[in-house]
Design a protein around this ligand. Sequence first.
Ligand SMILES: [Zn+2]
Length: 369
Amino acid sequence: MAITFTLHGTDGTARAGTLQTPHGAVQTPAFMPVGTQATVKGLTPEMVRDAGAQIILGNTYHLTLRPGDELIRELGGLHRFMNWNGPILTDSGGFQVFSLATQVKITDHGASFKSHIDGSPLELTPERAVEIQQNLGSDIAMVLDECPPADSEPAKMRDAVERSIRWAERCKKHHSKIDQAQFAIVQGGLNLDLRAECARELVAMDFPGYALGGFSVGEAPLAMHAALPACAALLPEHKPRYLMGVGRPQDLLAGVAAGIDMFDCVMPTRNGRNALAFTADGPIRLRNAKHRRDSAPIQSGCSCYCCANYSRAYLHHLFAADEMLGPTLLSLHNVAFYLQLMQNARQAIIEGRFAAFHAACLARWNAAS
Ligand SMILES: [Zn+2]
């Protein structure tokens, strides 16, 4: 077994555990900063680690297009290439093919598409998605799935679920890297019957971990929140559960409450680059003139390097002057905020007060909006 998962405690359906991987342990619930192109944008690996990250995510689609998974393998694998010695999870590339590539054509064989970089024709099959991730050498790999938009016709949603199940089976069969765990992905949108059917088939294949895909793809956040408890309950209790590509702080807490263990999202870094900071009292915009003379840190009490050393006024200045340190410092704070939120949630679960913690967080965010 490449990974083991130990549950330390539950509070309602929320869970606190430890995911042990070949590159170290991850305390759950865990947030995984996104390192799309073998870098968490704007941050060195030391900054990411010091912010509290125990695992990061790499993107198969981007890395196979550039610089190429064979090259990364030749250079010692993704950990060495990007100088991150902790655990790495890689996605299968499916979601990016559907969201970034052009002229996407899906058959049972795989997805053919044109690169968003140079328009060159490419093909991603379940077998190829496995090979790329084995070349990258991630600790956790994902199966290739088809991820339709939330508003897809029921027939299209059913086709995607059935194809995702067949592709998961082919991925499992093709996977041979013993120090890498492969997770399956449950699709089905907001249709709980389809989700249940998909989960039943995938759980029977006995993967070491399970993800919920197809959320945050255009549906209302409250519809997702309502579906999460039933969807999480479809997954094995003793295996890690991962909610892919979600989301805002309140979405993560809804996931934790439902029994999800792992999350990833580009929001902390993407928003950080755009001068938006997450705080316990809701998001703030550092470009706003009201911060020009504000000597307070972004978040008092935040232990991140940005808040320990810099004022809102300084960050306002950096963004006004278009200095590159602005996006770096704000990405750092936002990543630290997400990681701290998950650490606090974990502590609350262990101490049996998660519901009160959850309500208090929402009350502060709602009061600010
Ligand atoms: Zn901070």
